[in-house]
Design a protein around this ligand. Structure first.
Ligand SMILES: O=CC(=O)O
Length: 333
């Protein structure tokens, strides 16, 4: 009997032991193409025929580009499962996958602690004006002149969390330890157990009354530019914003304007609209604390994410199902 074929898009960096259990039960196929055009040609040549499960990394988009209808049309018809290593799956057109009968999984939960940790780090750094002092010190000017503006304590401040999934709830737990008062907005109100004391508010209240806003919602066509000029206009002057979700949930150009006008006093960003490009207005502003998409950049979390995605591959190969199918496809599980 021929063995199941698994397509590896990207590479395994950490979970080599877990991956070896896949090579025990399946034939691993890797493309040779290094760009989208060649990848499509490689698919069309029949070289990848027979693959039924694909594992992909965030960086594999550098070769394949977005997983959209064009790519799905080129993929072998045998492909039934796409196991993405990452929590955010905005690089994948889910309705197109559904139309092509390809089920998609991501790695929720595995990323929660590491992403929430970076959120808290950015939150405190932005609230305390640390980038201003850090820059002056690196320039040999100690705290600089004029001195950095005094920062603010998190204690007693209202933290508004937009998107109260696993990461948002983890941020809430950690922010409580700093004495913050937690409010949130989400598509659906959570159960009291999951709310854990956080207050559910409408969007307008979230913008009007938050001292700090943390963006923890996924990027998809309906959340793109959720925070743009009209939302900035509602915000409490001097608000601090942290984004560890995806850059495009916020309109970056409008953010630059809001920083310039003082509506937003400082921001902490891990993600950008057009990574790896960063809006020059953000780079030029000392009140912007910037990290190059390192929310899950720890050995432990990278290992956990790979193992989680590999669990999905294993289940797809052995049982024809996924451990964590994306919510949009729950009905196909
Ligand atoms: O950005 C990180 C992820 O989506 O897992």
């Amino acid at each position: 009997m021929s063995r199941t074929k698994v397509l590896l898009l990207g590479k395994i960096d950490h979970a080599h032991v877990a991956w070896s259990t896949i090579s025990d039960i399946a034939e691993i196929v890797q493309p040779t193409a290094t760009n989208r055009q060649d990848f499509i040609a490689e698919c069309q040549s029949g070289a990848l025929d027979g693959v039924s499960v694909a594992y992909r990394t965030f960086d594999s988009a550098n070769v394949t580009g977005r997983i959209d209808s064009e790519l799905l049309d080129a993929f072998p018809k045998s492909l039934k499962f796409l196991c993405h290593n990452g929590a955010g799956y905005d690089q994948i057109d889910i309705p197109a996958c559904t139309a092509h009968s390809v089920r998609v999984s991501n790695t929720p939960t595995a990323v929660d602690d590491a992403t929430a940790d970076v959120t808290i780090w950015l939150l405190l750094g932005a609230l305390r004006n640390l980038p201003v002092g850090i820059k002056a010190l690196r320039e040999g000017k100690w705290r600089g002149s004029p001195l950095p503006q005094l920062g603010h304590d998190p204690q007693g401040k209202i933290l508004g969390i937009l998107g109260m999934g696993g990461i948002g709830r983890n941020v809430a737990t950690k922010a409580r330890a700093f004495g913050m008062r937690i409010r949130y907005h989400n598509r659906h109100r959570l159960s009291p157990e999951l709310e854990d004391g956080a207050e559910y508010v409408d969007l307008e209240t979230l913008y009007r009354e938050s001292d700090v806003l943390s963006l923890n919602l996924p990027l998809n066509p309906s959340t793109r530019h959720s925070v743009a000029a009209p939302e900035f206009a509602l915000m409490k002057p001097g608000i601090v914003i942290v984004n560890t979700a995806r850059g495009a949930v916020m309109d970056e150009a409008a953010l630059v304007d809001a920083l310039a006008s003082g509506t937003v006093s400082s921001v902490g960003l891990d993600v950008y609209e057009n990574e790896p490009e960063i809006h020059p207005g953000l780079l030029a502003n000392d009140n912007v604390l910037l990290v190059p998409h390192m929310g899950t950049w720890t050995q432990e979390t990278q290992q956990k994410m790979e193992e989680w995605a590999i669990d999905n591959v294993r289940l797809a190969v052995t049982q024809g199902k996924l451990k964590s199918i994306v919510p949009e496809q729950k009905d196909l599980a």
